[in-house]
Design a protein around this ligand. Structure first.
Ligand SMILES: Cc1ncc(COP(=O)(O)O)c(C=O)c1O
Length: 414
């Protein structure tokens, strides 16, 4: 009754609906799940709850309005969300070149983006494949192959060896072995930090893999969904996370061949938002991905929540200062501070017309109002009245601080 592929898919193991999970009180005979990825329950562990509280998803004060019921900016990520994600990546992934919102495409999870990478890089009818090193995240076999007709070429790189530069030779051998069988590898997919081994790739290994991909003219897809879920160990040295975005491609690989996957499911403990993104400098790749992601578009509600969580504090600080009518130096794109101009609020009369003394008086007035800013004089400002405002604060503190500045300035205008 079904198509051949429909019948095959009907036999695929897939867990639907509520599960009988163990709960010490409500369901003591339930099953203790050690495979939350495969059940789709999401990984909301205790630390995740603490994290959620910290990032204040639970009390973030996010409000919705009816505009979110529309198509909005359509299917592949609002400008606000892409901008907020670009700032997040620029802050935490140490990219060699700042990530631009235009290089980011959103879809309903990294799962569909892995599939999309297979769709846009491989021809199914020509036995083209994506190469991975085993062991690796089990769902890749479904994500890359199930609907695409693309093959996954698994190279045995071992539990430990796949993080040393020695793995490059194993991948090269795997590539050649596939070729000898008539299969063309079109991309190497790595998972960094690695699922299930829990390792981060050292920079030198990533460099070796980039060189390999360049030699073979294949894409390097780096699934970095666990980028910030890295912890230090007190018992031994451990590798820190290095994004491929932080490696200068010059002389190593054409940047058009490098693509990074990231999302909300792990580092934000928010798999229910179903939000993932791919970052690529390759225009043609991005255009193709966007055309496909129309079929796996995230909801406007999810994008709104994620954008509120990620929202660039710098942009927020600029918006709050503008709202409060406080002048600042616009146009910067580095650091986590703004250079504000309060010269029109200097109490010059009280300081006998002496600008720097007036700046000190104003700083004291602000401190009395509950805000501390660095004076421009200590930064060798050419004129009095400039202050440096560091905005890397929790959102509610940032809002409160700017409200206090605004209140303190009321009535101090000259
Ligand atoms: C390496 C890796 N990529 C992708 C995913 C799926 O991500 P998403 O929830 O965004 O579809 C997972 C989930 O466990 C994963 O481990």
């Amino acid at each position: 009754m079904l198509s051949a592929r429909g019948s095959k898919w009907a036999e695929t193991s897939y867990v639907h609906g509520a599960q009988e999970f163990y709960d010490p009180v409500k369901n003591p005979h339930g099953v203790v799940e050690f495979i939350p990825n495969d059940t789709g329950t999401g990984e909301i562990y205790q630390w995740d709850r603490e994290f959620l509280q910290k990032t204040s998803l639970l009390d973030h004060g996010i409000t919705f309005d009816e505009s979110l019921c529309g198509y909005g900016e359509y299917f592949t990520g609002t400008q606000r969300l892409r901008q907020a994600m670009a700032s997040h990546l620029n802050e935490y992934f140490a990219p060699v070149k700042q990530v631009d919102a235009e290089e980011i495409t959103f879809a309903a999870g990294v799962t569909i983006l892995n599939e999309t990478c297979a769709l846009v890089t491989c021809n199914p009818d020509a036995d083209e494949a994506i190469m991975v090193g085993g062991p690796i995240y089990g769902s890749f076999s479904r994500d890359l192959c199930m609907r695409t007709g693309v093959t996954m070429e698994v190279v045995a790189v071992g539990d430990t060896d796949q993080f040393t530069p020695a793995c490059v030779a194993a991948y090269e051998a795997g590539y050649e072995a596939a070729k000898a069988r008539g299969r063309t590898v079109k991309a190497l997919l790595i998972c960094n930090p690695h699922n299930p081994l829990g390792h981060c790739y050292p920079r030198e290994t990533l460099v070796g893999l980039m060189q390999l991909c360049a030699r073979k003219g294949i894409h390097l897809i780096s699934d970095e969904i666990y980028a910030l879920s890295v912890f230090e160990r007190s018992d031994r040295d451990s590798e820190v996370f290095t994004s491929v975005l932080s490696i200068d491609t010059a002389g190593l690989i054409d940047p058009n061949l490098v693509h990074v996957l990231y999302g909300m499911s792990k580092d934000f403990a928010a798999p229910g938002t179903r939000l993932g993104c791919v970052i690529s400098r390759n225009r043609e790749f991005t255009d193709a991905v966007r055309a496909v992601c129309r079929f796996g578009s995230p909801s406007q509600f999810s994008m709104h929540i994620a954008a509120s969580l990620l929202q660039d504090k710098g942009l927020l600080a600029e918006a709050l200062l503008s709202e409060a009518g406080i002048d600042f130096h616009a146009g910067g794109n580095a650091g986590m501070f703004l250079w504000i101009n309060l010269s029109s609020h200097l109490p010059l009369a009280e300081a006998n017309g002496e600008g720097w003394a007036a700046e000190k008086l104003l700083a004291k007035r602000l401190l009395d109002a509950g805000v501390k800013l660095s004076n421009g004089e200590t930064y060798n400002a050419p004129e009095p009245g400039r202050f440096r405002l560091v905005y890397a604060l929790d959102e509610h503190i940032l809002r409160e601080g700017i409200r206090r500045i605004s209140d303190a300035l009321q009535g101090s205008s000259v």
